[in-house]
Design a protein around this ligand. Sequence first.
Ligand SMILES: *Cc1c(COP(=O)(O)O)cnc(C)c1O
Length: 414
Amino acid sequence: MSAKKHSLSGSLDDQLDEIVELGLMRHLRELDSPQGVQIHVEGSDCLNFSSNDYLGLANHPVLKEAAINAVEKYGVGSGASRLICGNIRPHVELEETIAAFKGTEAALAFSSGYAAAVGTISALLGRDDIVVLDKLCHASLIDGARLSGAKLRVFSHNDLQKLETILKWATRLQVEETHARRILVITESVFSMDGDLSPLRNIAELTHRYGGWLMVDEAHSVGLFGEQRRGLAEAFEMHDDIDIHFGTLGKAIGSAGGYVAGNATLINFLLNKARSFIFSTAPLPAAAAAATAGIRLIQSEEGESRRQRAWSLIDHLKSELLAQGIVPPLTQSAIIPIILGHENRARAVATELLKRGIYVPAIRYPTVAMGKARLRVSITANHEVEQIKQLCRVMAETMNEFPEGWSDENSSQT
Ligand SMILES: *Cc1c(COP(=O)(O)O)cnc(C)c1O
């Protein structure tokens, strides 16, 4: 018995059983098609409302061509980390492109946004410092903050008063102790699971008043906000008030990777100190070249028309939801969460939608709080009005089949 209990499988099985009981079991679904609006999932065609490919660039011919050309010219693998012999022309070009796009002195590309977050935060801060995050910040930011060893404080979502209280506490600590602590405030511009916006101007004002640095994650706003489509900070005309611009190359930009943009000293520092950059093989040349092509496309007229199309489809979705008796969130972004409550209900609705050919993910704990499970609908420039109508119709029917409060204990195996 006890041998079984302490065996790898025995011990992990117990934990997996708990996950199943809570309605939190996750599994992978296999797609056999490119990323897009119509995808082939586990043998059937369905309409995709789950992607972060907001401008429809992931399967765009211009990005594909850039990737193919990079493979032809530079091969597949990078062979080593950037600092050894893996710093290939497409990486350099990508960083120049990011810096020009973001209007910063310099930029550094990482193999993923997750790696960029973890490497950056843990390089900037140590045990003597203070890191302050919005409650709904992405896991990569939380993990970076934890890894840094800095004192971690969380302010309630978008709560400026709470943020100020923490900043006051932090400055008191600075005075009480002899050495100057660093204070880093981190928030997202568009929150990934709620789709709402951060009051960036106020956050920047507070952060700087108390001597902190501001890092903003624009993962879900690049391409959609701002005249140059740089993100929400540009739209709020406070782009230059951000010390550390952070984002991913894997969402609206259509490729894979992460970046930090800012002044040359920051980038030089990270190049020397960010362990996820130093000790990791350089991104594929094809990924870097596709990201460069994605950013250039976003900067072009086509980028502007794709952005406008996405926004008009988002408006369609909201009015169609209302027409079906589903109240959409008031927020303005390509992420439209429909809160369903119980984890099992969200999963049951999502499973039924998929049976009917519509793929919308059920987002559950720990991605969101317990009891706040939701359908996370995301819109891309490649959707059609008809498809959005179909989504709303089927969603209303399915939500009625599994009404509020629905929670089938026996359904956890499905
Ligand atoms: C996706 C995401 C990341 C991580 O980026 P990857 O490139 O996917 O690793 C970071 N922050 C937010 C808010 C995200 O949504």
